[in-house]
Design a protein around this ligand. Structure first.
Ligand code: PEP
Ligand code: MG
Length: 593
């Protein structure tokens, strides 16, 4: 083999696993030209039905598993696809093409499904337009099967250890496609720690390395790999010694996890007695139990857009009420912060049909989408007002750039509330509204935004991206993306001061809050609410209990004087090593001393 055996990327979800690679190409396979004779027709029709039935059964299995793993509503995406496969007219049209035009089963299926997709894309009916992604998903599955190459099937039915899935780009949809029993880890060429698929893999506890620049072409399906989600490495064809060393490291990590978990019942209070609030970020419903069991004090960020990813239709109001109520009831003593849809950027669920944009992260995203589509937004606002009678549900707004957006939301909330009252539907009188500080504009307007809102929460993933003008998902720029850049540190200080002056709660809910180095910095800057991915709760709780706010403040003071990212990380690393035994903490997140 040529090239290096140890490929380097970015560790985005911790854990080390050893297993065979599975290289995924989630796209329509090339359909070969294969003319058939009249006598082949019955055989082709039989092949067609066998493939369609197999995909149908597979989708039904996936639906049942998804229902167990994520909930009834999430499982519905598969219902829509099954219905399409069962459609008599559609199957009849494919059969006719085989019979009358003597096309192979795969050619006929490809032709009819692409035809249908094109017709639906032109349809005035929103529902039919939305179904376009479903038809594509079905076509990929059926055609892969007819051409002898079905990804999910191979992964789910292969004997032996779970596979390490390699793909060019890991989408949030693909991340939830496989379950932990079949997938040991994910590797992608694109993406970084703050890509939404990375956040999802992390939440699901699946080790993941992204941004593997070069070298992926050396890996074929079946190649043995070690994936180290802490160091961000992938070792090809490891030696027995390398495997033994990797497994020993994983064992140490698990022991450390267990040690950390043993403080799960202890309050997150610093050595000098300052209480920190440790909340969880929840992307998928299945994370709720994990968050509660790890002692989260409520939820600091519910990414509601993940309710839609991979689905053909928007969730109904009742469905959202049920979901928000379920979250609130899981945390009866604490607040749960529901973020309105943050669509656009790298999250493109089908029902929204986002326009093609040259710069999606600077485009029609988040609050902009919601304010431009009040008919969709208001359903979500109504659901939150209704759920609030069952618990301390709060609303949080992403990607705010000005006070006028906040005012527009408050007006819509009034409308939602009035309508609900008129319709006799029980709902709360009001709901606390918080602003996410994710843009330089919002950071600079922190005082004005604090004056008009009930709490602030810093989304450091986006704030860093926009302050530094570095695409958070661009693996090639990953070493330039750092929340420890002095400009970000100063913005964080400005926002904390604004919130503290206004006596508002201010939290950090970006990935930064999950990092040990950041715990020290953020405490010192005046933050005392952290919202983190559930698997990080134990580590941050343990760390908070080692820290001293006085010391953190003096280190933060020095960090505010620093001129470079390196100076900031050096200060924090030295500071942290002085107060805590860091061995076994997630390496990828912590520079060596
Ligand atoms: C953030 O930007 O930091 C954040 C929490 O939001 P998201 O990662 O969902 O964009
Ligand atoms: Mg964000």
């Amino acid at each position: 083999m040529s090239g290096t055996r140890v490929l380097k990327g970015i560790g985005v979800s911790p854990g080390t696993v050893v297993g065979p690679a599975y290289v995924v190409q989630w796209q329509l396979p090339d359909v070969p030209d294969r003319p058939i004779q009249e006598e082949d027709v019955p055989g082709e029709i039989e092949r067609l039905h066998a493939a369609v039935d197999a995909v149908r059964n597979h989708l039904a299995e996936l639906r049942d598993r998804t229902q167990e793993r994520a909930g009834v509503e999430e499982a519905k995406i598969f219902d829509a696809q099954i219905l399409m496969l069962d459609d008599v007219e559609f199957r009849g049209a494919v059969e006719r093409l085989i019979r009358q035009n003597q096309l192979s089963a795969e050619r006929a299926f490809e032709f009819e499904s692409l035809e249908l997709r094109a017709r639906w894309a032109q349809s005035p009916s929103a529902i039919l337009r939305q179904r376009g992604a479903d038809i594509l998903g079905i076509a990929v599955r059926v055609l892969q099967r007819l051409t002898g190459n079905s990804i999910t099937d191979i992964i789910e039915h292969h004997e032996g250890p779970p596979a390490i899935v390699l793909t060019q780009e890991l989408s949030p949809g693909l991340t939830v496609e496989f379950d932990n029993a079949h997938v040991a880890g994910f590797v992608s060429a694109e993406g970084t720690r703050t890509s939404h698929a990375a956040i999802l893999a992390h939440s699901l506890g699946i080790p993941c390395v992204m941004g593997l620049v070069g070298g992926m072409d050396q890996v074929a399906t079946g190649t043995q790999l070690i994936l180290d989600g802490d160091r961000g490495t992938v070792t090809i064809d490891p030696t027995p010694e390398e495997i033994a060393e990797a497994l020993a490291r994983e064992k140490r990590r698990e022991e450390r996890e267990a040690e950390l978990a043993s403080v799960a019942a202890e309050p997150p209070v610093t050595k000098d007695g300052t209480s920190v609030e440790l909340k969880a970020n929840v992307d998928l419903p299945e994370e709720l139990d994990d968050a509660a069991e790890r002692g989260a004090q409520g939820v600091g960020l519910v990414r509601t857009e993940f309710l839609i990813i991979g689905r053909a239709e928007l969730p109904s109001e009742d469905e959202q009420v049920a979901y928000f109520t379920r979250i609130a009831q899981r945390f009866p003593d604490d607040s749960v912060v529901i973020r309105s849809y943050d669509l656009g950027g790298d999250k493109f669920p089908v029902p929204f049909r986002p326009p093609r944009e040259a710069n999606p992260f600077l485009g029609w995203r988040a609050i902009r989408v919601c304010l431009d589509q009040p008919e969709i937004f208001i359903v979500q606002l109504r659901a939150m007002l209704r759920a609030r009678i069952h618990g301390d549900v709060r609303l949080m707004l992403p990607l705010i750039t000005g006070v006028e957006e906040l005012r527009a939301v408050r007006k819509l909330l009034d409308v939602a509330q009035r309508d609900l009252r008129r319709e006799g539907i029980p709902c709360a009188d009001s709901i606390p509204v918080g602003v996410m500080i994710e843009t330089p504009a919002a950071a600079l307007l922190a005082n004005e935004l604090a004056a008009g809102s009930d709490f602030l929460s810093v989304g450091t993933n986006d704030l860093t991206q926009y302050i530094l003008a570095v695409d958070r998902g661009n693996a090639g720029l990953a070493d330039r993306f750092s929340s420890y850049h002095p400009a970000v540190v100063r913005a964080l200080k400005y926002v904390a001061d604004a919130a503290n002056r206004a006596k508002l709660s201010v939290s950090v809910c970006g990935e930064m809050a999950s990092e040990p180095l950041a715990a020290l910095l953020l405490l010192g800057l005046g933050y005392s609410v952290f919202s983190v991915a559930p698997p990080r709760l134990a580590q941050i709780r343990w760390l908070v209990r080692q820290l001293d706010v006085g010391v953190a403040k003096s280190i933060a003071e020095q960090a505010l004087q620093a001129a470079t990212t390196q100076e900031v990380t050096d200060l924090l690393t030295d500071g942290l090593h002085k107060v805590a035994d860091l061995e076994g903490l997630h390496g990828g997140w912590l520079p060596d001393p």
